[in-house]
Design a protein around this ligand. Structure first.
Ligand SMILES: [Zn+2]
Length: 200
């Protein structure tokens, strides 16, 4: 038995970082874990929302395999980001596993033309469809681990929320996944506290 509730909503996009939005495909609602990925189609949709798609004509990977691999990458991201956030050394098995995704994402430099006909240096993928889809996500994760400022990698402060974000605000005082949900929940609770104190 799990307490994972079924949910047909799309995962929130609010982290300001692809690797943290990956973590946010699992959330908590009313004390229960919500997994926004139920099948390969959910993963494909999520990837497309983040601009990750296959070239036209390339067949999508088997849905079950995509879901399994994407979920494994998410579990890996949870462990690596948490370790890095706690200032712990990264586990070698975990970094090896992440490198598996990175190394499978074969690509080559390619001189292309943009819409105006100007030459641009792009990369074209030479990878299998599955590796081509998860490679950009793995790269975002590796980049975060190597170059991210973990003072700005935060989890929403609401006790019933586990969403992550990269605090890109100028003053670095972002506290909530979203002002309209957790920020307001907090404000309302503060207001009730104050109102209660005023009455007594
Ligand atoms: Zn929140």
């Amino acid at each position: 038995m799990t307490n994972t509730s079924t949910n047909t909503d799309a995962a929130p996009i609010l982290a300001d970082h692809l690797a943290l939005d990956l973590l946010n495909t699992e959330a908590r609602k009313d004390g229960a874990t919500v997994d926004y990925w139920h099948d390969g189609a959910d993963v494909l949709r999520w990837l497309a929302q983040h601009g990750v798609t296959l070239a036209p004509g390339v067949p999508a990977p088997a849905p079950a395999q995509l879901l399994a691999q994407a979920t494994a990458l998410r579990t890996l991201a949870q462990r690596l980001v948490t370790a890095r956030r706690n200032g712990d050394a990264l586990d070698t098995d975990d970094t090896n596993a992440l490198n598996g995704y990175l190394h499978a994402w074969l690509s080559a430099p390619s001189l292309e033309r943009n819409a105006d006909g100007a030459p641009v240096l792009a990369r074209v993928t030479r990878a299998e469809p599955l590796a081509a889809l998860l490679g950009p996500v793995a790269q975002a994760l590796a980049q975060l681990l190597a170059e991210g400022d973990f003072g700005l990698v935060k989890q929403c402060e609401h006790p019933d929320c586990i969403l992550w974000f990269y605090d890109r605000t100028k003053a670095h005082r972002r506290r909530w996944c979203s002002m309209s949900t957790c920020g307001n929940r907090h404000k309302a609770a503060q207001f009730r506290l104050k109102a209660g104190a005023a009455k007594s």
